[in-house]
Design a binder for this molecule. Structure first.
Ligand code: TMP
Ligand code: ASP
Length: 237
């Protein structure tokens, strides 16, 4: 697999072309941003952890029948994935109140929901990723009705799988963000990453935060938290 020109650089990853037009290489950085880039920093070793954790979780999702873009880990920070065009929706599933949900609805963090919630944001940095509903997404032609149905079904299935897995690790899955992509033939697959950057993960007993909220909220111990969830994942696998 030959790494060719850089196609794209995002806040946490770079994407490179390969000699195969259907495959690209993702390269995970240590850079961290929050609040749509307003807060910037780095989390030493994050790229390695997010790469390895994402790949192990994507492999589990495939096993559970959820198609993903994952192909093959190349190195500590690099992975070959199927080339997709990203559906411009951030798909957020919540099991417990936290973050923008707690703020928007004026409730405390930590309320356990009877059933998971789903919401969409329009993936658009200039507009600050505004919240939208299914009919808005359809009006804006961000996805077809069939794609939205597929995305919802996969997102809840990912939640079932992730919740059970993290539970085995003594970690509570509070909420997370997913992104989906279309392959050249239009098939919708899970893309992007599943990591402490994109999930809220709390220690099941102490409720200590083991995710990017430590960076967002200046809680300290950021690197240690990423290393701890990775250690627990490795032990459980
Ligand atoms: P929120 O409570 O800030 O809306 O975040 C919900 C979940 O989505 C949380 O696990 C963090 C994740 N997330 C991202 O991955 N990227 C983002 O840009 C935002 C705002 C949240
Ligand atoms: N994705 C957000 C940003 O770009 C960070 C976050 O996860 O809160 O700054």
């Amino acid at each position: 697999m030959e790494k060719r020109e850089q196609l794209y650089e995002g806040k946490a990853k770079k994407v490179y072309a390969t000699d195969d037009p259907n495959l690209v290489i993702v390269d995970y950085k240590d850079d961290a941003t929050a609040f749509n880039g307003a807060k910037r920093g780095a989390i030493a070793g994050k790229g390695v952890i997010n790469n390895q954790m994402t790949n192990r979780l994507m492999a589990r999702m495939e096993k559970a029948g959820i198609p993903t873009h994952f192909v093959q880990e190349l190195s500590e920070r690099e992975t070959v994935v199927k080339k997709v065009s990203i559906v411009p929706l951030e798909v957020i599933i919540r099991n417990i109140s936290a973050g923008s949900f707690a703020k928007r609805y004026g409730v405390e963090e930590g309320i356990v929901f009877d059933a998971p919630t789903i919401e969409f944001s329009y993936k658009c940095d200039e507009l600050d990723d505004p919240l939208l509903n299914t009919s808005h997404a359809l009006a804006l032609k961000l996805a077809t009705p069939e794609e939205i149905e597929t995305i919802k079904k996969y997102a809840f299935a990912v939640n079932d799988q992730l919740k059970a897995f993290w539970n085995q690790c003594g970690v509570t899955l509070v909420d997370f963000k997913l992104e989906f992509g279309r392959l050249a033939d239009g098939t919708v697959v899970l893309a992007d990453e599943i990591s402490p950057d994109t999930c809220r993960l709390w220690d099941s007993k102490t409720h200590e935060k083991l995710d990017k909220d430590r960076f967002r909220r200046d809680l300290g111990g950021v690197e240690e938290a990423y290393a701890e969830v990775m250690r627990r994942m490795t032990e459980a696998l």
